[in-house]
Design a binder for this molecule. Sequence first.
Ligand code: FMN
Length: 192
Amino acid sequence: MKTSFGPKKIMFPCPTSLVVTGTMESANIVTIAWVSLLTSQPPTLGISVGTRGFSGEAIKTNKDFTVNIATVDIMTEADFCGIRSGKDVDKFRETGLTKMPSSIVRSPIIKECPLNLECQLTDWRIIGRTNHFVGRIVETHVDTNLLKDPEDIGSININAFNPLIYIGGVREYRRLGEKTGDPYQIGNNLKR
Ligand SMILES: Cc1cc2nc3c(=O)[nH]c(=O)nc-3n(C[C@H](O)[C@H](O)[C@H](O)COP(=O)(O)O)c2cc1C
């Protein structure tokens, strides 16, 4: 048996990402759980940003942003960036998070986030009360000490990374559990 609720916005798990837009002098951070890779060639992602906050207009003005994946260690700071507006506070100053210059875009990255994606705005549209921004990923940074093989981005030590997971709908932060299998392989075990 199932209980039906009609149209609801419930989806989990989501990465807790911190989106930065602006310059080294004027950057703002917004917590965004609605983020998704869109295409692999060119590497492109999409983020959904409400029209009533500070960040939507700022991204349209700046034409770039960075996506920084939060860890459990900065849960309180990440939550703060999701409950306060850049209209009212300097979130870098209030949280103590550290901005670092990006390589290509003007928006800075966050030092405390082990994975940082530099994005150039390529498209956007409003659906309902939300801006949908498409960002082409033009550079990717990973903390070197988390790489088992310094030449392979796929060798990130996920346990050491300890990403902060957001459970939408239920409204909980969680950490990742254990590895359960090898994607694109384990399915071969199903013999027909
Ligand atoms: C865990 C979490 C996830 C959030 N995800 C989103 C999101 O995906 N899209 C969005 O527009 N707002 C999201 N928010 C709310 C914004 O972060 C919040 O409205 C923020 O204060 C806007 O800041 P700004 O005015 O500086 O842009 C989230 C908040 C939290 C705490």
